[in-house]
Design a protein around this ligand. Structure first.
Ligand SMILES: [Zn+2]
Ligand SMILES: [Zn+2]
Length: 274
């Protein structure tokens, strides 16, 4: 065994151990959140709620697998080889935790504004609508997002990381943070985080983003940090006793149940203004 192959051997070990740690973290968090939803539910609802299997199979497994290949192995790889930026390794030597904090914070600010814009712009709303179509918000609800929305957002999220030279561990753990916070902010747990809710986003705030209530509409655009909503005046947190009258799209009956039809629905004709 020459030195090169020893190095290669160790690099595959560390890569696969990262994959093992990251995927088991996601599974452990999912199990924990599901258990807490049973013990401290916010709202009484079925575990196998409408759209559960589609969200799990099509959105969580198939779509994220196919898109990760398209985003990382095609789009970002092309951007990287065309620009040659990754070779400069601009952030590679920063401590891992500094890179993670930096990328999480910068991306979270971007996604706050992009998300807010998606609610304003009628074309961008079309690719965000699917996310708002879930009628019972739970640990899995966050996974329902149109593939074009994911394609745009995850390319914008991960391309800078690759181009700035972030190692695979940072990219993988950023993915874990995305997955676990996504489950957390949508979970059906009666979470009460006290003063922390001004910093960390959670279901207390995000469920109102999915609510039908007129006064809640166009509020709580934050994903990971709640302070963007407080800073930019879009936070909505009514009295604790009040609960949303319902979740989902106002015209929910029209939204298709089938994964492929849900995708095509984004391209329907725009109605003329009355
Ligand atoms: Zn939204
Ligand atoms: Zn959501």
């Amino acid at each position: 065994m020459d030195f090169q192959s020893i190095l290669q051997f160790f690099s595959t070990i560390s890569l696969s151990s990262t994959a093992i740690y990251t995927s088991s973290t996601i599974i452990v968090c999912a199990v924990l959140i599901i258990a807490l939803e049973r013990i401290f539910p916010y709202k009484t609802q079925e575990f196998f709620r409408e759209g559960f299997f589609g969200d799990l199979f099509w959105y969580t497994l198939v779509q994220s697998y196919v898109l990760s290949i398209l985003i990382f192995d095609v789009l970002i790889q092309w951007l990287d080889s065309a620009s040659g930026l990754g070779r400069l390794q601009i952030v590679t030597n920063w401590p891992i935790w500094v890179q993670l904090v930096f990328f999480v914070l910068v991306h979270d600010c971007y996604i706050y504004w992009f998300h807010r814009f998606q609610h304003k712009n009628k074309y961008l709303w079309r690719i965000h609508e699917a996310h708002h179509s879930v009628k019972d918000i739970d640990w899995l609800a966050g996974s329902r997002s149109h593939s074009l929305e994911i394609l745009v957002n995850q390319t914008i999220e991960f391309a800078p990381m690759v181009l700035l030279g972030a190692p695979i561990e940072v990219i993988a753990w950023k993915g874990v943070i995305d997955a676990t916070t996504g489950m957390f902010i949508h979970c059906n747990i009666d979470v009460r985080t006290g003063w922390l809710k001004y910093i960390i986003n959670g279901p207390e705030l995000h469920r109102w983003h999915h609510a039908h209530d007129k006064d809640a509409i166009d509020h709580n655009f934050s994903t990971k940090f709640a302070f963007w909503d407080y800073m930019f005046g879009t936070a909505f947190f009514p009295q604790r006793e009040r609960k949303p009258i319902g979740y989902g799209l106002v015209r929910a009956l029209e939204f298709p149940k089938n994964y492929f039809k849900q995708h095509l629905y984004a391209f329907r004709k725009h109605e003329r203004a009355k």
